[in-house]
Design a protein around this ligand. Structure first.
Ligand SMILES: NC(=O)c1ccc[n+]([C@@H]2O[C@H](COP(=O)([O-])OP(=O)(O)OC[C@H]3O[C@@H](n4cnc5c(N)ncnc54)[C@H](OP(=O)(O)O)[C@@H]3O)[C@@H](O)[C@H]2O)c1
Length: 258
């Protein structure tokens, strides 16, 4: 299947490791030109070098997506280097675990900024450009725990990921007349070297095996490539009739009917 992504320009946030790096690699392999970002320069530059070695055209910019001007900076960088922006993948995100009563105002503010407002600011910056170009594709990386209860200790994560899925749905409705598609992807538990599930597996192998047996019908963690493949399809021409959707990538882990 030709995804029709060759020469498209994509912004991927949080691309220096994990799922974001996998998405950047997959888009580069399809011929996209990339603007990638993260806060840590070293890992970001290493990722950019790795992508360039594989033939990718990549601009790496060190920034914190929670800063008010981050969205504008990313879009300006793409326009300066490539003259257009076709795709935005909002991937940077995080978690602050804790029972609600232990969470602080600062915990809530920080995660609302990172998991929700940063994505919206990037969208705000890119939408006028996509409108002018006649279309575009936006994907936000949410979580299955934006669609159903993740459990005690996840009030902030659950709330921010649910809000992101909701916002994307409304953006999809508003932007459909402009041929801009907006979707979310909801990963289940994804393991990669250095990631949180990898750490848990090394710290508590037996407990983690039990977790998998009880929670993931396909019997293993997902991989970054499995998330990246779905994102790559979603931003491609082949998914041109898909907007306002939230796609689980979770080996059956999600229990939600919606
Ligand atoms: N891994 C999973 O099992 C899983 C499951 C469901 C959903 N997700 C979601 O998938 C996304 C990626 O997860 P992951 O596990 O790959 O995360 P990760 O390993 O923590 O990587 C996050 C990436 O985002 C960057 N980043 C974090 N905060 C940033 C900020 N303020 N500004 C710019 N860049 C920032 C990080 O680099 P720096 O730290 O250098 O900035 C890194 O490149 C997140 O939205 C997460 O919630 C993950």
């Amino acid at each position: 299947m030709d995804l029709g992504l060759h020469g498209k320009v994509a912004i991927v946030t949080g691309a220096s490791r994990g799922i974001g790096q996998g998405i950047a690699r997959s888009l580069a392999a399809e011929g996209c030109r990339l603007v990638i970002c993260a806060r840590g320069a070293e890992a970001l530059e290493a990722t950019a070098d790795m992508l360039r070695e594989q033939g990718g055209e990549v601009v790496a910019i060190t920034l914190d997506v929670t800063q008010p001007e981050a969205g504008t900076q990313l879009v300006q960088t793409a326009l300066e280097h490539f003259g257009r922006v076709d795709i935005l993948v909002g991937n940077a995100g995080g978690n602050r675990r804790g029972y609600f009563e232990e969470t602080s105002e600062d915990d809530w503010s920080a995660l609302i900024e990172l998991n929700l407002r940063a994505h919206l600011r990037c969208a705000r910056a890119v939408i006028p450009v996509m409108k002018q170009q006649g279309g575009g594709a936006i994907v936000f990386i949410a979580s299955i725990f934006g669609r159903e209860a993740g459990g005690p200790g996840l009030s902030i994560y659950n709330s921010t990921k649910s809000a992101l899925i909701s916002a994307a749905k409304i953006l999809a409705l508003e932007l459909a007349p402009h041929n801009i598609r907006v979707n979310t992807v909801a990963p289940g538990s994804i393991r990669f070297p250095g990631g949180s599930w990898d750490r848990r597996m090394r710290e508590d192998p037996e407990g983690t095996r039990q977790f998998i047996a009880q929670n993931i019908p396909m019997g293993r963690f997902g991989t970054v490539e499995e998330v990246a493949d779905v994102v790559t399809f979603l931003v491609s021409e082949r998914a041109r009739w898909v907007t306002g959707a939230c796609i689980n990538v979770d080996g059956g882990q999600s229990r939600s009917l919606i």
